[in-house]
Design a protein around this ligand. Sequence first.
Ligand SMILES: [Zn+2]
Length: 169
Amino acid sequence: MLRPLVRYGHASLQTPAKPVTTFDAELDKLIDDMIDTMYAAPGIGLAAPQVGVPLRVCVIDLSVGKRGGELLTLINPEFVQREGMQLEEEGCLSVPGFNATVARPSRAIVKGLNRLGEPQTVEGTGLLARCFQHEMDHLDGTLFIDRLRGLQKDLIVRKIKKLAKAGKW
Ligand SMILES: [Zn+2]
């Protein structure tokens, strides 16, 4: 089932999410809905705060469902290691219509739990490392525009406020 995506300005995007402690049918449903919503958008990653749920859950699939075995569900993820730096343009389903170049690690190792509550460690380079950082930032209430220099962020925020005023956000 698709869930509505919240946009910049919604409190859940600016609030640190809570760790998952219960692996039940409700969590399963949330994860299935997040996967459906990510594929429908379409997007390569989605964090629970983007559907208004304050839990440390994110889903990532660089193939957007086109290749099997690339779907990752990260629960209570933490960085074990981050190295290098890449500068690429990125966007966010919660800040539609805006892109900016953001500095991200070029390689990252993340540990956490899978959807069954089992420990997992995943490693990513390039786009996957960038995606880990972007989605895990959401779990801490941070958006990609928060990682831009002040002026760059102000410009985007001003444009969003204008859109909101016109009822287009
Ligand atoms: Zn995002």
